[in-house]
Design a protein around this ligand. Sequence first.
Ligand SMILES: [Zn+2]
Length: 166
Amino acid sequence: MAAERDPGGPAFACDAMCGGLARWLRALGYDATFSPRIDDGELVRQARGEGRILISSDSRLFERRAIRLGEVKSCFLPRGMKMLDQVRFVVSRLGLTVRDPRCMACGGELERVDAAEVGDRVPARSLVWATEFFECRRCGRVFWNGTHWRRIDAVRRAAGEWTAAP
Ligand SMILES: [Zn+2]
């Protein structure tokens, strides 16, 4: 059996249809992988090899031996849910708490940095009013508390309530 990952919480392997969900799980602080072209077998191998919880709406996937036997932890996502309903489902189903946000692009850890360090990668107008800057340790992307951030923050606040939902 694969070793547990960092004590910080579970990691996820989202299937090819769940890219949006993977991004939001990252925003809530979880390591979530997603590849638009990964095939079922590869996805199951990745989940097993890296100790990730597999998330999918594809019921055929759940007939695979490794999943039936519980060698790979999994979460079946009902079809036809809107994006935030998917996030809500997974959060309440697995009792996820909101953690420090990760990079929505790659799932890497975000590190708080000074504006001066990343000023050359942030639009001038954002540099004027943004007060917090973060750099992804994995892909180097820079984030700041701008418009997009407010939406992320709203979802993170909501998710804090979803955890407690029945
Ligand atoms: Zn990144």
